[in-house]
Design a protein around this ligand. Structure first.
Ligand code: NI
Length: 156
């Protein structure tokens, strides 16, 4: 496994639409492994493949309840709305207040190719929406009502 470079806002790869995974092969599994390693090393709660320069519809999330790997994830249902302060490993200098659906259902394939429908709320719902946006070239700063520059001490 290897740690991948996290692309930062301004890198055009973050603004492109990622391609669906057609076949889950060794390359897909290696990417999932490398993305999880990269996310944990950066203390993130989620990472999408475009953030490591791969235009493929793969995300990893861990909000502290275990690793979730999602291939070709889609939001198939949304309910309610909530506002939360979000950050992003690709936008290291800012946090922002973003309104999102409060509850979602996410449909995806796991690494064995099994189709999963996962109901999510709270931080998991927010993380799923944030990471799936990355697959469509959308960053949280596009949706944020206000951006807050992080304090110097928070960056260390
Ligand atoms: Ni992000």
């Amino acid at each position: 496994m290897s740690r991948l470079e996290i692309r930062k806002a301004g890198d055009p790869v973050l603004r492109q639409i990622a391609e669906p995974v057609k076949k889950i092969d060794k390359k897909t599994k290696n990417l999932l492994n490398d993305m999880a390693l990269t996310m944990y090393a950066a203390n993130g709660v989620g990472l999408a493949a475009p953030q490591v320069g791969k235009l493929t519809r793969v995300i990893v999330i861990d909000i502290g309840e275990g690793l979730l790997e999602m291939i070709n994830p889609e939001i198939i249902a949304k309910e309610g709305s909530c506002t939360h302060i979000e950050g992003c490993l690709s936008v290291p200098d800012f946090d922002g207040e973003v309104e999102r659906a409060e509850k979602v259902k996410v449909k995806f394939l796991d690494r064995t190719g099994k189709s999963v429908i996962l109901p999510a709320e709270g931080l998991l719902a927010i993380a799923a929406q944030h990471e799936i946006d990355h697959l469509d070239g959308i960053l949280f700063v596009d949706k944020a009502k206000a951006l807050v520059k992080k304090e110097e001490q928070d960056k260390q």
